[in-house]
Design a protein around this ligand. Structure first.
Ligand code: ZN
Length: 83
């Protein structure tokens, strides 16, 4: 796993990988988000932890794994941003 120098660099790497792997393609991909046990998603609220993110292609090959990106927004992998 690549270590990024800060949250912004980690987020940019994640977003770039999502766009490269999924942009314009009609292929299956897998996103694995590992939330901390205290995270709001387990209490029917929004993510308030700093989950590990992993993106896999349809064959199950790991494309990228990042940590330190910050709160997870489900829209970040759809190309629809609410930011
Ligand atoms: Zn979370």
């Amino acid at each position: 796993m690549t270590q990024y120098k800060n949250r912004r660099a980690a987020r940019k790497a994640w977003e770039k990988a999502i766009k490269k792997e999924t942009g314009g393609k009609k292929e299956l991909f897998h996103v694995e988000i590992s939330h901390d046990e205290y995270c709001g998603v387990f209490k029917q609220a929004e993510c308030n932890c700093n989950p590990h993110r992993r993106l896999f292609n349809a064959s199950g090959k790991l494309i990228i794994e990042v940590r330190g990106v910050g709160f997870y927004d489900p829209f970040e992998v759809t190309g629809v941003s609410n930011v």
